[in-house]
Design a protein around this ligand. Structure first.
Ligand SMILES: [Zn+2]
Length: 345
């Protein structure tokens, strides 16, 4: 593990075509029962090997064992009816088929802890596990019980904290909460979003990350981005609050994004996981392009707090493209690392 600019992906990677339909979100499994359990483990082995081979330093599970980064977690809780899915508008942007909350939510058993322990057994490198954040969870379901997003988010924060503590005990080094909804519901972020996020991360020794993005490279997101104008200033709302929070690291988009790079100044003091890989394009970045985005950020974040990363998950990309983007990320970080270390020597 390099002392400077350790690389890590945000989250998902494409699944092998024998496990799930490729280039699709919410893609159904192709296997069942024991074969599915074994298939998920083989997919985890493959993504670990691929990340290591291509020079990624902090390894993720690539979401190989879950169908979707939010709904899979929700479906494992009691109080949730996942068979009667409802179609609701999420992120104020597009309709999705989601589980329904029909009673008090509870976590009767661990959700991802076994998968994380298996990932831990596959590598000596640090590992990161992503969970959905409370605000994004309440925005990705139909609520027929609580009647209050805030109240439900507070319940989820408690549940997430239980899961996170057990992930940490299973050997997870970095715990990430995915909060794409932080870029949409600014009033809720201010009123209780950051507070419930901190509650989810409370008492953890593992490094904590919040990932905030403009979403996967799917049509609904690309159409939305087209309406945001020349400068995307959504982070300006949440960053000052996060700078004051107990969360260690903020993960944000940068490559090909219209986010003004100087907004990073608003989280001065935090670690910055910077998206140097565009997940909405199949064009593979050159190492120079990656290094360039990272270099520009150095005006606003100390080099020892910069973690080169992707803008978001890569699940919808063709597998070979995603794999080449892993190599580009590592090579670009390597270029800049050499320059920084050369300048010091
Ligand atoms: Zn994302």
């Amino acid at each position: 593990m390099p002392s400077l600019l350790p690389t890590a992906i945000v989250g998902s990677l494409p699944k092998p075509s024998w496990l799930a339909e490729p280039e699709q979100l919410w893609s159904p499994w192709k296997l069942e029962g024991e074969a599915l359990v074994e298939g998920k483990q083989d997919a985890l082995r493959a993504v670990v090997q691929e990340q290591q081979r291509r020079g990624i330093d902090v390894l993720a599970d690539g979401e190989q064992t879950r169908q979707h980064f939010v709904t899979t977690f929700i479906e494992h809780l009691s109080g949730v009816d996942f068979e009667h899915r409802e179609t609701v508008r999420i992120r104020d942007r597009y309709d999705a088929s989601v589980p329904t909350v029909v009673g008090d939510v509870r976590r009767d058993h661990p959700v991802f802890v076994e998968d994380a322990a298996f990932l831990r057994s596959l590598t000596d490198r640090p590992i990161k596990w992503a969970l959905p954040g409370p605000l994004t969870m309440v925005d990705t379901l139909a609520d027929r019980h609580y009647g209050s997003r805030e109240k439900l988010a507070r319940e989820f924060a408690t549940i997430l904290n239980q899961e996170a503590r057990e992930l940490e005990a299973a050997g997870v080094d970095v715990i990430q909460f995915d909060e794409p909804a932080f870029n949409v519901f600014h009033d809720e972020v201010r009123a209780w979003g950051v507070e419930t996020l901190e509650r989810a991360a409370e008492g953890l020794r593992a490094e904590t990350v919040v990932h905030i993005c403009y979403g996967y490279g799917i049509k609904a997101n690309n159409d939305w981005k087209a309406t945001l104008g020349a400068e995307w200033r959504q982070y300006e709302q949440s960053f000052p609050l996060l700078q004051q929070s107990s969360i260690d690291t903020v993960s944000l988009e940068s490559q090909h994004s219209h986010v003004p790079v100087d907004l990073i100044e608003l989280i001065r003091g935090k670690n910055v996981m910077l998206g140097a890989i565009d997940v909405a394009s199949e064009q593979v970045e050159t190492p120079e392009e990656v290094a360039d985005v990272l270099r520009k950020a150095l005006a606003f974040v100390d080099a020892d707090k910069l973690i080169p990363s992707t803008n978001c998950g890569m699940a919808p990309l063709p597998r070979d493209v995603a794999q080449q983007k892993l190599s580009a990320l590592a090579a670009g970080a390597g270029l800049l690392r050499e320059q920084l270390e050369g300048a010091k020597a």
